[in-house]
Ligand binder design. Sequence first.
Ligand SMILES: NC(=O)C1=CN([C@@H]2O[C@H](COP(=O)(O)OP(=O)(O)OC[C@H]3O[C@@H](n4cnc5c(N)ncnc54)[C@H](O)[C@@H]3O)[C@@H](O)[C@H]2O)C=CC1
Ligand SMILES: O=C(O)CCC(=O)C(=O)O
Length: 530
Amino acid sequence: MYKVMIRDNMSPVAKEILEATGRIEVVVDNDKATSDPDVLAGLIGEFDGLAVRSGTKVTKALLESAPNLKVIGRAGIGVDNIDLEAATRKGIVVMNAPGGNTVTTGEHTISMMMALARNIPQATASLRAGKWEKKKLGGVEITGKTLGIVGLGHIGRVVAERARGLRMKVIAFDPYVSQEAAAKMDVRLVRYEELLATSDFITLHVPRLKETVNMINAETLAQMKPGVRLINCSRGEVIHLDDLYEALESGHVAGAAIDVFPKEPPDASLPIMQHPKVIFTPHLGASTGEAQVNVARMIAEQMTGYLLDGVITNAVNFPSVSMEEMARLRPYLTLAEKMGAMMGQLVRSVHDVTIDYCGEVATLATRPVTHALLKGLLGAFTHKPINYVNARAIAAEKGIGIRETVSQSEEAFSSLIKLKLEGTDEKPDEIWGTIYEKKYPRFIRIGDVYLDAIPEGAMIVIQNIDKPGVIGHVGTVLGCHNINIGRFQLGRREDHAVCLVNIDTPADEAVLEEIRSLPIILSVRQVDLG
Ligand SMILES: NC(=O)C1=CN([C@@H]2O[C@H](COP(=O)(O)OP(=O)(O)OC[C@H]3O[C@@H](n4cnc5c(N)ncnc54)[C@H](O)[C@@H]3O)[C@@H](O)[C@H]2O)C=CC1
Ligand SMILES: O=C(O)CCC(=O)C(=O)O
């Protein structure tokens, strides 16, 4: 018998499905006290599976106390309450339930927008207080208004479709969705600045990422149209709440509807919590009976499949590759992921990609290698930890075309992977990589410049005119800031050159700016290749 713990008030359907197998014993524990990771650590030891929503934090320390744990099921989308790295390192498969609560969260967003436009929560409170405030509580129409959607993913798309039905003009900003994909939804893709300046309502549907944390702040709020109304049913950290409070106080922002908070539950004494122009729900985006049944059913079926038959579905941290294949593929998976990660961090948007496999690698199963490359490339801009299984589907959703060729021609190397980004004006748009001595990954060409670089850790990528002074200047700037150079590789072609500098500690923006100060430096970017 396997043992699974179900937490966080999950729909009973999960228990029914797991128990119906006759081979899984289920313990349902909705006790608030046991959601403290320290307390849970004392209970988790005997369990093979753990099914959670967002209420349970699955920390590294908790996982250390879970020697039998094989699978964690998240009945929902965001897995930011689970330490994925620790789970992966422990060989625990983490699964989520994509799509199960998408419609419900989209509908909640529309409900919040309507309630905000017509002051419905405030009117309810006013009537309960015995008042009749028709003048004070007047609202705005949404017909003909512009809705700006930030993040045109699963939920953003549902919101777009519903809003068009409500006769709104819908625009969106999402650097990783193509114009064609947006046009199919009748949505005009615009720059972020244009969305901020022209939207009457702005709704956020991005994942929590380095780039999206505090993307709504004093500066971006100031760029918004006066009288704008904001809705956030994504992740709390996306809005800087103090800055929003100031913008509400000044009257620049007319109102906000907030479902998610940086800390949940939020501190009720925060100024924004008392603001009369803000309405709230306690992370209810996914809370409908229908969505909860959907995600509970999905996660219970997936966990059953894994525990009883070894079938992996919707895993966010596990590659679908057999052990034998893996041994030969591993160096190429590592190389490809680093090539993708390099380009994903160097360019601002991704369109189509061409991948050429030449020589020995072309004789292997290149599909997982492509997935590893896409994982690195797309990993820069989605909250769903992309894995080898889902990378291609996510690329397709974003309208990114993938062209792969295999050829036995080896050129100068026994194996070569070439990645080219198509349809971008940004440079470099191409990278080549190979494997030395069957295990060591190398970048051997960036753009049209050949070099020989070990892809690891923090690296500064410099494009410059090939004139004297660059190496000395870079070395001096880094030295002055006590940043040790591990390796310095450079290559040149005609009048231009590329330097790849491995540094022991990441440089901050001011240091990069100092390197840029030399006129012959064309560009300086820092990447993290893990
Ligand atoms: N309130 C709630 O109860 C729920 C909240 N969520 C949250 O909603 C959010 C969206 O979920 P999904 O639509 O399923 O995710 P998704 O991954 O399908 O869509 C996210 C979109 O954001 C885009 N994006 C990434 N970085 C961006 C940036 N810097 N600027 C603009 N766009 C960017 C991505 O390209 C992607 O298209 C997530 O944060 C998720 O955790 C999801 C379900 C329920
Ligand atoms: O389970 C919940 O209520 C939260 C859902 C959510 O935020 C998600 O699926 O990302």
